[in-house]
Design a protein around this ligand. Structure first.
Ligand SMILES: NC(=O)c1ccc[n+]([C@@H]2O[C@H](COP(=O)([O-])OP(=O)(O)OC[C@H]3O[C@@H](n4cnc5c(N)ncnc54)[C@H](O)[C@@H]3O)[C@@H](O)[C@H]2O)c1
Length: 424
């Protein structure tokens, strides 16, 4: 039986490790440097918000460890570690390098190292390869293979998951790309596309995420312009969406978050700059999307102004902290920035996120809504229930900022509450 080690058991690594374990075809070792993460997994408690992972953890007997020696003798080492940015928005390759250093200690001839983390084109060959060669004394492309298979998982998505999202795979030894692809085919139902090089595989993922960032920036910019002109962008976009070709709708909101869209474009920007190319459009998209938390606060200020209230000292309910609905992930969350700006401006905040109780300062939606004059819906979790109804029935609420345009504007206004959306 072949052995597979997954390095990093988070949103990407854990569902993958479970899928391989579920196939019953491999000896699987899940390795993570976080004792907390591993302990939870061994206790069959998913450390990530993922219903399938939670169910499979209970059903399967996934072996997780913080002992790196246990990865020794693996046919495949799959790296699923974070790829964040530093404070100056340049790529932080530290986790990839340290995962590479760990693997290098145990790497033997004939084995394959696969990277699933999102990286710029060139990372496998320029960053990972030298680390693996140095630590192992082996020659990449001759003694061992390196492959890139970017993960596209969308946490919380009931339809698309690790099993059915198509994959792209490129490898350092082109003759061995099919072998790596066949390995993935042995435990996934999804189509596996073999591409001609590692760089192409790396680029596919970063292009997808930059595409999304640019399109979101476009509608976010439209939101600002349409708000200024007094035109409902949401209704406009719904109208534009009935074009059956060449239009793909994206929605404006209070900013882009998460470990991918808000981060990955910087990897491409930096690497292209090293090759002498300036990604002006991508930089501009990042700038627009990064400006949205401030814009959300300006919408609140504008609404409060109508009822002659300052932000300073006014009780504001901030609903939702995670970057997206129905999960607890706080990485790069624009809601945290909204909170920070409001705090600096002296708002008396009632923060509530049912997924992040530790960072909430009230215990329920009711407590937040009963005691505020203004509301900012930053992330509209399903657990909030019918927010339009909950907000409309409270006489104490004077203004609402609908950060993701999920509320019924007419109903809110009918209740005498001032409504501001993002482009609505
Ligand atoms: N979260 C997503 O939706 C998503 C989707 C597709 C791709 N990605 C990409 O996948 C990669 C991983 O993201 P994630 O969301 O799973 O991150 P995560 O933070 O949820 O998990 C990463 C895990 O790696 C562990 N780790 C860090 N350094 C390590 C090391 N040297 N050795 C062993 N373990 C180590 C951490 O303790 C953590 O448990 C990133 O590049 C990300 O951009 C993420």
């Amino acid at each position: 039986m072949q052995k597979v080690s997954i390095i990093g058991l988070g949103y990407v690594g854990l569902p993958l490790a479970l899928a391989i374990e579920k196939s019953g075809k491999y000896e699987v070792v899940g390795y993570d440097i976080s004792e907390k993460q591993v302990k939870k997994i061994l206790d069959k408690q998913s450390p990530i918000t993922d219903e399938t992972a939670q169910k499979e953890l209970k059903e399967l007997d996934l072996h997780a460890t913080i002992d790196e020696k246990e990865i020794k003798g693996s046919d495949y080492y799959i790296i699923c570690v974070p790829t964040p940015v530093l404070d100056d928005y340049t790529p932080d390759y530290t986790p990839v390098i340290s995962a590479g250093e760990t693997i290098a200690k145990y790497l033997e001839k004939g084995q394959t190292v696969i990277l699933e983390s999102t990286v710029n084109p060139g990372t496998c060959e320029e960053i990972l390869l030298p680390v693996l060669e140095k630590g192992s004394g082996l020659k990449a492309g001759k003694d061992f293979n390196i492959a890139m298979c970017p993960e596209r998982i969308n946490p919380g998505d009931p339809k698309w998951n690790v099993y059915n999202i198509p994959r792209n795979i490129g490898s350092l030894i082109p003759q061995k790309t099919k072998e790596v692809a066949d390995f993935y085919r042995s435990f996934l139902d999804a189509p596996i596309n073999e591409v001609s090089s590692i760089k192409i595989a790396e680029a596919t993922k970063i292009v997808e995420n930059a595409f999304r960032d640019i399109n979101i920036a476009y509608v976010n910019e439209l939101a600002k312009s349409f708000d200024a002109m007094g035109i409902d962008l949401i209704e406009t976009l719904k109208g534009s969406s009935n074009k059956p070709f060449s239009f793909m709708v994206h929605w404006p909101g209070r900013g882009v978050g998460g470990h991918c869209i808000a981060v990955d474009p910087y990897y491409l920007i930096k690497r292209a700059a090293e090759s002498g190319f300036d990604h002006k459009l991508l930089k501009m998209a990042r700038e627009v999307n990064n400006s949205m938390p401030q814009y959300t606060v300006e919408r609140l200020q504008d609404a409060l102004n109508e009822v002659k209230l300052p932000i300073n000292g006014t009780k504001i309910a901030l609903l939702g902290l995670s970057y997206k609905e129905d999960i607890a992930d706080l990485r790069e969350s624009p809601c945290l920035e909204i909170r920070e700006i409001l705090e600096k401006m002296g708002a008396d905040l009632l923060v509530y996120d049912p997924f992040v109780p530790d960072m909430s300062n009230v215990k329920s939606l009711k407590e937040a809504l009963d005691n505020c004059e203004g509301v900012v819906v930053a992330t509209a979790h399903k657990k909030f229930g019918d927010l339009t109804k909950e907000i409309s029935k409270r006489k104490n609420i004077k203004v609402v900022v609908d950060g993701m345009n999920k509320l019924d504007k007419k109903e809110i206004e009918k209740a005498g509450i001032i409504y501001r959306g993002i482009g609505k």
